[in-house]
Design a protein around this ligand. Structure first.
Ligand code: PLP
Length: 384
């Protein structure tokens, strides 16, 4: 008996984006061919060619030199490599983490055993540059690794990374930029931002889950997290995941071409938020006053808990998220919203809608229709 499939509307691109058709094609092609990129024969060299082509494609997306990219198993590994790799060399004596970083940043920082401090953010979720400056200027504190993401996964808030990099470098410190959510959604320029390291992930741009990369500025010494057969210039051991890497390159290429379409997604997102304001003035949209990713909307309505609305939307065929997917399974209050000073009761209702390359006006309309039903039920029970 076949499974009855209801049509679904997927609005959770920040959790993971659907694999692009061209990526699936490239992955299938790689899998159909044998070859280890370290082998000197024709098959091996063809595999090597795939990896180097992907390196150039990913480099183009983020304004980096191909040789500065190390392929990893994803954003989490890239961030661990950056933080633990630098700490192991002994280049830094402490780590400063913005209050809205992805949980893997804080976990990797704590794993080094070095002192870790949180840098405060504004109520819109942007890092407090004055607080960063004051911290770095502390006498005798030693050089720090500063971790500031380019765009937040929950609110979409775009951080003042270029300024943070300038401040860090002014105090003989270093900056790691988590661009996992920003790449493919806004212009990202590793060189212009002045980053020392930048983390990337394939599955946020239509590549395959389990592939990512770390961009490391020329000349920066980094100890490997995984030692092995000298792959990735000795910075990441292990036979390369050629299918995943080739898919990452293809996804990066497509995302680069799609950058010009991001403004259209922004129009869709803005329409969604305009509709919310019309339906009820009691909606709060987080980080609305600052620059955000064009695809992301994070909002709440007082009195409507996210666990209720997530399930109702899912039953209606719509997939969205309540804050970070990495902590989902259980709906807990978002540390990002907490760092922004959002009242706990309101934060409990936070929903994240994130659009992407496959999103349409119909998707947004369907979401609004379903949300209206949830609000009507809420109003009815509140009036009873
Ligand atoms: N950083 C941010 C901002 C993310 O959103 C995520 C994933 O959700 C990661 C890092 C981790 O990336 P990956 O899933 O490739 O390990």
């Amino acid at each position: 008996m076949g499974i009855v499939k209801t049509s679904r509307t997927y609005l959770d691109y920040n959790a993971t984006a659907p694999v692009r058709a061209e990526v699936a094609g490239v992955v299938a092609d790689v899998l159909a061919n044998v070859g280890n990129a370290s082998s000197v024969h024709t098959e091996g060299q063809a595999a090597r060619g795939r990896i180097e082509a992907a390196r150039s494609q990913v480099a183009q997306l983020v304004g980096a030199a191909p040789k500065d990219i190390i392929f990893t198993s994803g954003g989490t590994e890239a961030i661990n490599l950056a933080i633990q790799g630098l700490a192991k060399i002994g280049t830094v004596s402490r780590i400063l983490v913005s209050g809205v970083e992805h949980p893997c940043v804080l976990a990797a920082a704590n794993a080094t055993g070095l002192p870790v401090e949180i840098v405060a953010v504004t109520t819109d979720g942007a890092v407090e540059l004055a607080a960063l400056e004051a911290n770095l200027a502390k006498p005798d504190a030693g050089p720090a690794l500063v971790c500031v993401m380019l765009a937040n996964n929950e609110t979409g808030c775009v951080q003042p990374v270029a300024q943070a990099a300038k401040i860090a470098h002014g105090h003989e410190s270093f900056i790691l930029v988590d661009a996992v959510q920003a790449a493919g959604k806004i212009n990202v320029d590793f060189a212009a931002l002045g980053a020392d390291m930048m983390a990337l992930s394939a599955h946020k741009i239509g590549g395959v889950i389990g592939t990512g990369g770390l961009v490391v500025r020329d000349g920066l010494e980094l100890a490997p997290l995984i030692t092995g057969g000298g792959q990735e210039q000795g910075r990441r051991g292990g036979t390369e995941n050629i299918a995943g890497i080739a898919g990452f390159g293809t996804a990066a290429d497509a995302a680069y071409s799609d950058l010009s379409k991001m403004a259209e997604l922004g129009v869709l997102r803005d329409r969604l938020e305009e509709e919310l304001a019309i339906i009820s003035p009691d909606h709060v949209i987080f980080a609305k006053a600052v620059e955000r990713l064009p695809n992301t909307s994070c909002f709440a309505h007082a009195g409507i808990a996210a666990e209720t609305s997530l399930i109702a939307l899912d039953l209606d065929g719509i997939a969205v998220s309540s804050g970070s997917a990495c902590s989902s399974g259980k709906v807990s209050i978002s540390p990002v919203l907490t760092a922004m000073g959002v009242e706990q009761e309101l934060a409990r209702g936070a929903l994240r809608v994130s659009l992407g390359h496959g999103s349409t006006k119909q998707d947004v309309d369907r979401f609004i229709t379903a949300w209206k039903k949830i609000l009507a039920r809420h109003n009815k029970s509140a009036a009873a």
